[in-house]
Structure formats: structure tokens, C-alpha cells
Design a binder for this molecule. Structure first.
Ligand SMILES: *[C@@H]1O[C@H](CO)[C@@H](O)[C@H](O)[C@H]1NC(C)=O
Ligand SMILES: *[C@@H]1O[C@H](CO)[C@@H](O)[C@H](O)[C@H]1NC(C)=O
Ligand SMILES: *[C@@H]1O[C@H](CO)[C@@H](O)[C@H](O)[C@H]1NC(C)=O
Length: 365
């Protein structure tokens, strides 16, 4: 019936179809989002999708190959004079999140050359620097789990080691790693981060009675966790990536040290999460992405350790009382940042915020 059919390859077919749809007035692909919001799981996503103050994200539902089977749909707003905003839910952990994002950046359905990416999720937080409900913006993301590890019972106490984690290729916990994979440290645009912090001055964050009660447990003692007992705030401090969700002062101090060591003293650990270095490696491999347009927002959902004298198991299993304000504050602070970019598009953001620091992978060699 169609003798020429097998000779037409699919690329031609798509080109012909695309042109035809374009001629007929259908929206031409690819979509050029001004902002792309990246959530990890459903409750984070709903901060955007169910926010009645934002344009509906349900104007375009896109399925592309390679997304998480649990979250197979990307949602985008109707293109308007303010531009298009898209939201994707990537799945939790390094593997899910990296593969979902890789599918997005490699999809011909998107033109992402001018897109700002907002990684917006909840995290663990250290009471040395912040508290549950606080909103943090890192400059450094450090893959603290990329290490040798000994069980604590095998740690040679006679050498004075306080941890079983040893940087790869080194022979002591405090020695800079000699074997590096390239994903250990990423640096984000500090000038963009400053604009976000400035935009959030005066923003009222959410809080709950539950979170207030949990926080009060961090009062007193030696005072090292005094900040943990204060109300939530907006902070500039760095983030640690690990697939393992840890709890307790020993591991938290270990990874605080790892953050400082891997960044040669510049990194200031405050939050822990399971995706950021994975996502940043995806961006670093995508030449069309402008790495200086990436912003990470992480809000404190749980403390990384109990109060002084408290129980690490109890903290791990029964103290997630910051979850609600953390989610709410992803939405509250996220909306401020989204508006900052869309309202300032023509004047500032279209041409980009020039970084004054190195951005991208940090060379550890
Ligand atoms: C997108 O999906 C949502 C539900 O997931 C649905 O309510 C909406 O109608 C869809 N939009 C379009 C344009 O089909
Ligand atoms: C914080 O958000 C929760 C959940 O939506 C809400 O019940 C509570 O009233 C909010 N608190 C403040 C202080 O806005
Ligand atoms: C972290 O580093 C400090 C300073 O070098 C050291 O005293 C402390 O023992 C380290 N903590 C752990 C858990 O390794």
C-alpha cells in the first residue's frame, strides 16, 4: 500500500510532522522554560503544583523516555509573556534523581540553554548552624559518602581516629583524598545565591508548634546547639550528599570535617540530602546547560543529631518534626525566587548573573 514507507526514517517523519504541526499553528517544540523546578518526591512537588498563587502547572503534561516510573510526567505552565515554568519530580537518592534529570537534559523536547534550575527539597540540618524549618542555599555541594569506611568497632583508637571514614587513596581521616572520581565537590554561582538571599529578606517562614517544641530541646547545655533552638531563618551554608541517611554527632561531625577537607577549608556544612552531587554531575555533562543558572534550596526537615546527651536512634526514628515547615518553606521561599527570576527576566536574568567564583566541578587533583 505504501511502498515508500520503509524508506522514510523516523527522523524525517518527525521533521515533516513537526513542520506540519507548526504550520497548522500548534505550539512548536522544543519548550524553553525560564525556570525548571526540580523536586524529589510528591510532597515537595505539591508545594508548586498545588500553589493557588502560581499559574497552573497542568497546562502541559509531558512524558519523556527515562523518567522515574513513579513520576513519569513533567508539568509546565502555559507560555505567557512571563515565560514558561516547568516542574519535574525526579525520585529520591542519587540513582533515581540523576537518571531522571539526565533524561530531561538530553530530551529534544526542551531547549534549556537559558533555563534557571531550582533544586528545591528538604534536608537534614545541623543544630550548630541552623534549625528545622530553616531555608539554606549552598555554594558547595560535597559528596561526603565517597570515602573508605570502617565499621566503628574496627576504628584504630590507638591512632586517635574519631571516625571510620577515610578519604579514598589517603591513609588518615584528615588527609586530602588522593583518589578522586570528579563528583566530590561542585561549586554554584555565589552571585546568583546572593540575589536569592536578598530577595528573601523579610519573607515570613512557616513554623509549627511541633517544630517549636522539638527545637526547644536544643537549648542550654554547652550552648553549641544554641542556633538549633532559635526560630527558622534563611541561611547561606553548604550541603552534604550521601545516599545513607545518617543520624548522630559522630557521623555529623565526620561529614562536617569531610565538607571542610574536600573544599580545602572553604565549605561550611549545614545540610544533608541524597541527590545534589548526582544532579550537579548531570548538569556538568550537559554542554548546553549554563551551570551559573543553578540554585539549590534545601530546607531543614530533621536535625542530623540529637541534643547534647540525647539519643541518636531516637533522633533518627522519631524526630522528623520539621517536615511540615520544611515543605511549606520550600514553597514559600521557592515562590519568592521564582518571582524574582520571572519579574527580573528582561533586566537581569535573561542575559545571566555573571559568577565571580568558579562554577561547576571542583578539580580535586
Ligand atoms: C495534566 O494532568 C492533570 C492531572 O495530572 C490534569 O488534571 C490536566 O487536565 C492535564 N492537562 C492537560 C492539558 O491535559
Ligand atoms: C505552617 O503550615 C502549616 C501546614 O500548612 C499550617 O497548618 C500552619 O498554620 C502554618 N503556620 C504558620 C505560622 O504559617
Ligand atoms: C573533626 O575534626 C576536628 C578538627 O580536626 C577533630 O578534632 C575531630 O576529632 C574530627 N571529628 C571526627 C568525628 O572525626
Amino acid at each position: 500500500m505504501f511502498p515508500f514507507w520503509p524508506m522514510v526514517n523516523s527522523a524525517w517523519l518527525f521533521a515533516i510532522l513537526g513542520n506540519l504541526l507548526h504550520t497548522l499553528g500548534f505550539q512548536s517544540l522544543p519548550i524553553q522554560p525560564r525556570v525548571f523546578i526540580l523536586s524529589m518526591f510528591e510532597r515537595e512537588a505539591s508545594q508548586w503544583l498545588d500553589n493557588p498563587n502560581l499559574p497552573s502547572f497542568y497546562a502541559h503534561n509531558l512524558s519523556i523516555p527515562g523518567l522515574s516510573p513513579v513520576f513519569p510526567t513533567i508539568h509546565c505552565t502555559e507560555p505567557s509573556s512571563k515565560g514558561t515554568v516547568c516542574q519535574a519530580t525526579l525520585g529520591e537518592g542519587t540513582i533515581n534523581s540523576a537518571l531522571s534529570l539526565s533524561a530531561i537534559v538530553n530530551s529534544p523536547q526542551f531547549d534549556l540553554r537559558e533555563t534557571y534550575f531550582l533544586i528545591a527539597g528538604v534536608a537534614g540540618i545541623t543544630p550548630k548552624v541552623g534549625t528545622i524549618g530553616s531555608v539554606t542555599f549552598p555554594r558547595f555541594a560535597v559528596q561526603v559518602s565517597l570515602n573508605y569506611e570502617l565499621d566503628s568497632r574496627d576504628v584504630p583508637s590507638e591512632l586517635g581516629w574519631q571516625t571510620g571514614f577515610v578519604p579514598q587513596g589517603s591513609t588518615r581521616p584528615d588527609e586530602f583524598p588522593k583518589t578522586v572520581y570528579g563528583t566530590e565537590v561542585f561549586e554554584l554561582n555565589d552571585a546568583l545565591r546572593k540575589l536569592a538571599l536578598d530577595a528573601l529578606v523579610g519573607t515570613k517562614l512557616n513554623d509549627t508548634q511541633d517544630a517549636i517544641m522539638q527545637r526547644s530541646r536544643y537549648q542550654g547545655g554547652s550552648g553549641i546547639f544554641a542556633v538549633g533552638a532559635e526560630p527558622p531563618s534563611v541561611l547561606a551554608c553548604d550541603t552534604a550528599t550521601s545516599d545513607t541517611f545518617w543520624s548522630g554527632g559522630w557521623l555529623s561531625d565526620t561529614f562536617e570535617n569531610t565538607t571542610r577537607l574536600f573544599t580545602r577549608g572553604e565549605g561550611y556544612y549545614c545540610s544533608s540530602q541524597q541527590e545534589d552531587n548526582a544532579l550537579l554531575e548531570v548538569f556538568a555533562r550537559a554542554p548546553q546547560i549554563d551551570f551559573s543558572r543553578i540554585l539549590i534550596l534545601r530546607s531543614g526537615s530533621n536535625f542530623d543529631r540529637p541534643p547534647e546527651g540525647g539519643d541518636a536512634v531516637d533522633n533518627l526514628l522519631y524526630r522528623r518534626h520539621g517536615f511540615v515547615p520544611a515543605l511549606e518553606n520550600v514553597g514559600i521561599a521557592g515562590e519568592v525566587i521564582l518571582r524574582m527570576i520571572l519579574n527580573g527576566w528582561e533586566d537581569v536574568f535573561k542575559r545571566g548573573v555573571l559568577p565571580t567564583n568558579h562554577v561547576g566541578r571542583v578539580n580535586m587533583r
